[in-house]
Structure formats: C-alpha cells, structure tokens
Ligand binder design. Structure first.
Ligand SMILES: Nc1ncnc2c1ncn2[C@@H]1O[C@H](COP(=O)(O)OP(=O)(O)OP(=O)(O)O)[C@@H](O)[C@H]1O
Length: 541
C-alpha cells in the first residue's frame, strides 16, 4: 500500500487542493497570455487593447495570490490528515502485532518511524506530489498556449520535454537506496539518544556523563554522512535536469524569434514563448526530480508496513473452560540469537485451581517458561495446550483472557494512578477501592496530591520498586483471570507485604497460580500444592 492509498482516504481535502492548484495554473496562464497580447497591442500602437490586457493581467495576478493563500491552507490540512492516517495505520499494526514481531525493533526505532519517517514522507512524498500536480497543470496550460502562438513551438517543446523528463532516471536507484540509508541513520540516532539518556544515572554515578556527548555526536555524524550522501545524489539529478531545462528554454526562444522574423507569428510571441517556455521547462525539470524524490520514499513506506506482515491470529470459535489447565508437551525453547536451548523437552501439566511454586537458579529459564505459557514467546518446539486447545489454534486475545502475568519490573505509564490500575477499563469504585486496600496501596494514594487522579511519571520514576509491584499486582487482581503467572512479582517488597500479597492470591480456591520466586517463605510453601524445580522439569523425558 503506497502513499496514493492515503490520498484516496483523504479524498475531500485532496480534491480541493487539486482544484485550487489547477485554478492557480489557469490564472498564471491567463496572466502570461495577457502579457503577450499587451505587447502585441503596443507594437500595433493599439492603446485600448493594450490597457484592456494590462487590466486582465492585473486581475489574474490578484486572484492568483488569493487562490494561492487558500491552496496553502488546504494543503496544510491535507498533509496533517495524511500524517494522522499513516500514524494511525502504524499504531494499529503495532497494537495488533505479536510479542515477538513487536520486539523485532526497539521502541526508539518505532519512535523514529512515527516522527522522522512521517516527517520525511510529508516533506518528500506529499510535498512532491502536490508540486507535481501544480507542475503538470502549468505545463499542460503552457503547452496549449504555445500551440496557440504557433503549432511548431508545441512540437519542439514536447520533444525537449521527453529528454528533460528522462534525465533524472540516471540517479533514481542511488536516491532510493540513500534515502533508506538516511532513515536508518535517523533510527540509530533516536536509539542512541534514548539509550544513553536512559542510562544517565549510571553514567552520573561513575563520573562519566560526558559519554552522552560522545555517543550523541557520533550518531549525529552518522546522520550527517547519510544526509550528505542523499543530497549529493539528489543534487546531481537536479543539476542535470536544470541544465536540460535551461538549454531547452534557449532553444524555444530562438525558435520563436525565427518565427517572428519569418512573419509567422505576432511580436508578442517572443514574450509569450519566453514566459511559457520558462514555466514549462522549469516545471518539467522540477517534475522529473520531484517524481524521483517521491519514488525514493517507497522503501520507507515498505518499512512502515513491514509490521503488518506478522500480525496476530484472529479469534476463533473455540472456547476453553472457565478454569483451564495448562499442558506442556515436549516443550523446548532457544532464543533466536542463541545456539543453546534454555528449556529442553519439558512435559508437565499445571492443573486447574492448583498452586505451583517454581524454583531454580538464576538464568535457569523460569521467566522464559512463564513467557511461553503466557503466549509472549511463540517460536517454541513441542506443544502447549490450554485445556485441550492447542496454543496454535488460539489468538493472543483468547489466551490473555485466561492468563494474567505479573512481571518483576512492571511498566508504569505516564498517566493517573487510576489509569495505571485499570488501564482505562471501566471498574466499579467499590471493586477498585477494595483491591487498593488489599494490595496495601491506600496509604500511598492518600498521600498523593490528587489521590487516584495523580499523574505518575513515565516508568514510575517517582515510585519505589515495591510501590510499582503493588500497582502491578492490583492491576492483575482487577483483571481477575483464572490463571495467574507471578514472576518474582513481590521481590521488591518487605517480607510482611510480600507475604500478604502472595497469600491473597494463593488462598483463592478458583485460581491457578504459577509463581516464580527466589525467596520462598514458609507461609507460601504451606499453601502451595506443588513446589517444582525448573531443573527437574528440564531434565524430564
Ligand atoms: N530476550 C532474550 N534474548 C536472548 N536470551 C535471553 C533473553 N531472555 C533471557 N535470555 C537468556 O535465557 C536464559 C534464561 O533466562 P531467564 O530469564 O528465563 O532465567 P531465570 O531463571 O528467570 O533467571 P532469574 O532467576 O535470574 O530471573 C538466560 O541465559 C538468559 O541470558
């Protein structure tokens, strides 16, 4: 799907811009004809005709300026509409992408797509296409007017036009590849800036904050190098077409002089031919360059659409039981960039309503197992079942209706406490308050300036690790899925609070819980139906 798809979607502003652009070209042509006719009238010493054409010319110029203003306004609306449509499509693709396809790129890369790339599309894509429409209108009207002066002028103009249009083709490939290289460099810059600024605290504490300057300088030089490479290719293309169009104008002027000397056209032709040949060849040069620039955006459009190819599965008619079991059959997993499998040949059933504690050394694969069960990682070997339903037949949405996952380091959004708890879902005040109390969040919220409506910083920088974990726990309790996966979900809390939260979940009869912990407390152990070691699972045949 190219940029034209978006022009079709923004039909109304697009048609308005085309109409105003053609009107502008018409007024410009009228002004040129009036000027040529005024010259011919003055050569014939006909004062009445001369002043009539001067008034026509003045009127055409006034309307040209007025229509130009409205055209500018309409094209701004059109550009913004198209930017919004493209952003909406990228956001939609991201929202529909699977965990692994989303994580193929960093969030900084997506930021670059949604900002830098859309700006490039706006500048080179929309801007160029609008220019091309203007140029085509002016060329068509200019050519008709040249034919009105003398048909031979049109024939020569058409021949020269073909040559001028073909010239930039020599640079088409290098412009496209360099434009893509430039957007990649912009992505690297955004990634570097995000990464180094996120690491400010670490660098500050080791007296190395100047690393920020060197890293950003390095990434900036990279962008500069690619911007220069693109401009070089674009500049060469522009130079060649400018040269072609300037020489063509000289030829047309010479031809019209010859026609006047042979008494084939009136004297005004010299001004008309100069004026219209100037417009036609300047615009032709512009068209071929703008067209190449417009085409060089194709790789960027393809890149923005690449997320779509890995969209998730549709929901199907299958429904699992209210409290399903989870079966692992010969399950193995290796991260794509690693040779050794983290999990090998695991066969195990987590029964409904049972409480499991999963233990194991650091890096033994506990989190990986939870990510597989929660459907985050999908490129595994073996089989996973929710009740009798194979995971392959279930959509992510269906899976997440049954399975809730609380991470060790949960994400806090730059939104109100309430939004962070409910994630924008409707929840009764009664339920919300009871979960806030159960998770020990009431006193923290009471101290905040606007209570539940207090806006938290992105990533929860103003919260302690424990407070973030309490919010994540409450978030999950509000979702209330039949299966809970807890990945060291209370590791930052004091013993008493951690114990209270674990009890809250483990004491619920109708919940299936798989809990990963490094600090198994006696109370938790007592409520667990089974304590499993990941090493035992891994070695099972
Ligand atoms: N996204 C990833 N890409 C590549 N390798 C990964 C990724 N995540 C984890 N690993 C690797 O997989 C192995 C298991 O990691 P995992 O996080 O599952 O261990 P864990 O048992 O949960 O560890 P811990 O108790 O320290 O949290 C580790 O060797 C780790 O380096």
């Amino acid at each position: 799907m190219g940029l034209f798809h978006y022009f079709k979607k923004a039909k109304l502003p697009f048609c308005l811009v085309i109409f105003l652009t053609i009107a502008k070209a018409g007024l410009l042509t009228l002004s040129g004809i009036a000027s040529a006719n005024a010259l011919s009238a003055v050569a014939r010493l006909n004062g009445r005709q001369f002043f009539t054409w001067i008034i026509v010319m003045g009127g055409a110029n006034i309307f040209f300026a007025l229509v130009g203003y409205f055209c500018q306004l309409a094209s701004t609306y059109l550009r913004q509409d198209i930017d919004t449509l493209i952003r909406n499509d990228v956001a939609r693709s991201l929202a529909n992408s699977s965990y692994s396809s989303f994580h193929r790129q960093t969030t900084a890369t997506y930021t670059s797509w949604l900002t830098n790339d859309i700006q490039t599309i706006n500048e080179y894509g929309i801007g160029d296409l609008l220019m091309i429409i203007q140029q085509v209108s002016e060329i068509i009207m200019g050519s008709i007017t040249l034919a009105y002066f003398h048909y031979s002028l049109l024939i020569v103009t058409l021949l020269l036009a073909v040559i001028v249009l073909l010239l930039p083709r020599f640079f088409a490939k290098s412009m496209a590849s360099r434009s893509l290289a430039l957007t990649r460099a912009n992505e690297r810059l955004v990634n570097t800036v995000t990464d180094i600024l996120d690491g400010f605290n670490t660098l500050f504490l080791v007296n190395l904050p100047h690393r920020i300057i060197t890293k950003i300088d390095h990434a900036s030089s990279d962008v500069k190098k690619h911007a220069a490479a693109y401009t070089k290719a674009a500049g060469k293309s522009q130079w060649l077409t400018d040269l072609g169009s300037a020489l063509s104008q000289v030829l047309i002027l010479a031809q019209s002089g010859l026609l006047i000397l042979l008494h084939l056209t009136p004297i005004g032709t010299i001004s008309g031919a100069q004026y219209f040949a100037g417009i036609i060849f300047a615009e032709l040069g512009g068209i071929s360059f703008n067209w190449q620039e417009f085409k060089s955006l194709k790789p960027i459009m393809n890149k923005l659409q690449s997320i779509r190819q890995s969209s998730q599965k549709e929901d199907n008619a299958i429904t699992a039981a209210d409290s399903p079991s989870i079966k692992l059959k010969n399950l193995s997993y290796a991260y794509p960039e690693k040779d050794r499998a983290v999990l090998t040949n695991i066969t195990f059933t987590f029964n409904a309503h049972q409480k499991y504690v999963l233990l194991g050394d650091s890096a033994s694969g506990k989190s990986t197992l939870l990510k597989l069960i929660s459907g985050l990682l999908t490129d595994y070997h073996g089989e996973l079942f929710l009740d009798r339903q194979n995971y392959c037949a279930l959509s992510d949405r269906q899976l997440h209706q049954k399975i809730g996952y609380v991470e060790q380091d949960p994400y806090i959004f730059n939104a109100s406490v309430k939004w962070n708890l409910t994630l924008g879902q409707e929840v009764s005040t009664e339920k919300l308050n009871s979960i806030i109390r159960a998770c020990g969040l009431a006193s923290m919220i009471k101290k905040l300036p606007a209570g539940l409506d207090t806006v938290l910083d992105a990533r929860g920088t103003s919260l302690s690790g424990g407070q973030k974990q309490k919010i994540a726990f409450a978030r999950q309790l509000l979702r209330d899925t039949p299966i809970y996966l807890l990945d060291e979900a209370t590791s930052s809390l004091d013993k008493e609070t951690s114990n209270a939260l674990e009890m809250l979940i483990l004491s619920q009869q109708n919940k299936t819980v798989i809990m990963v912990t490094h600090h198994l407390q006696d109370e938790t152990a007592r409520l667990a139906d089974q304590i499993i070691s990941i090493n035992e699972l891994n070695n099972a045949e």
